[in-house]
Design a protein around this ligand. Sequence first.
Ligand SMILES: Nc1nc2c(ncn2[C@@H]2O[C@H](COP(=O)(O)OP(=O)(O)OP(=O)(O)O)[C@@H](O)[C@H]2O)c(=O)[nH]1
Ligand SMILES: [Mg+2]
Length: 372
Amino acid sequence: MPRTQKNRIEKKGIRVDALADIVEQAKRDCPVQPSAGAGGEGGKKIPRITIAGVGGAGCNALNNLKGIESAMTLAINTDVANLRAIDAHKRILLATESTKGLGAGGSPEIGMKCAEECKEEIKKALEGTELLFITAGLGGGTGTGAAPVIAEAAKEMGATVIAAVNYPFSIERVRIPKADWGLDALFRSCDSVIVLDHNRLAQMVPTLQLNQAFFVADSIVARALKGVSDAIMLPSLVNIGFDDVRAIAGCGGLATIAVGEGSGAFKVEDAVKDTFKNVLLEADCKAAKGALVHITAGSSVSMKEIGEAAERMRKEFAPRTAIAVGAHREERLKDKMLVTAIAAGISSPKIKVTQTVSDVEKEKIAMEIANS
Ligand SMILES: Nc1nc2c(ncn2[C@@H]2O[C@H](COP(=O)(O)OP(=O)(O)OP(=O)(O)O)[C@@H](O)[C@H]2O)c(=O)[nH]1
Ligand SMILES: [Mg+2]
């Protein structure tokens, strides 16, 4: 810029020009530095989050979390062959006399019995866990039967427990009542149950083959759980407090995941709109009691755009919705922004919430009072 023009602007008291120079220099010379993490006091990572995959589908979902630093991964199955193929920090074979490492054969009763027999081993593996995510596919034997026992074990140890489960396709007929049975048991044992309905996924992307649908479902669950876990534990652009996650999970009952993305000039608007279009369960997400929102921003997405996306997301939810927002940068996304929201305390015509963990706890206390 010619010196005379610069002086003219400065004389008018407009500092924009000077600031623009500094901003340019900052962009050129200062690599993006993450802020200090909420969970990383003194730069030390505290391993207090566990993501447990249960049964075939649950363990497969862990394969998308390879290399995760913010959480310990734990694979649990009755099927030794499946377990061997899973890359996780810890593995537990629910081995009993009856199953002999061959799976629960589609029986949730057997899955549950195996987990009960191995409950001490499960508790040992969960030692120190303050937040437990459980992933499983509902409708089979191991995931459906064992997941509620694992949740119960973690609750007994004082952890906050969030399950993220897949609901079977309608064509998997015999699996539906088993899935409903499993959901009922999970509502009673978990703080929140995230349901990702495979049927909904098939409506959203009708061209997918079965194995591709499974892959997409597993990737979405992994993205949501890793997003929250990283935002608590690792240095991020914006961290999520552990207490916020506890409070939002405590909204109780049914939850689901919504995902969106945007790029270009309207990336913020597009990502937010897209998120409320791609809700993985038939439910009114905007009426959620609580929401965990996570924004992943590419290298050229500005902090202003991230802030705008957070603000727009807040405005879309009902005024009473408790919201926590986290954000981190992923250079490889370049101009793209991804939004992932876990909406908790929702209702859906598809899923009946019978009794929640807090109902069960209240009942227990009432019984103790009555018996004393
Ligand atoms: N998302 C996802 N879902 C899957 C996958 N494999 C199976 N499912 C679904 O998950 C449900 C349970 O299947 P599995 O996880 O294989 O069953 P399991 O818990 O291992 O039970 P058993 O084999 O009977 O002991 C099924 O109804 C499928 O719809 C997978 O890789 N990803
Ligand atoms: Mg299996």
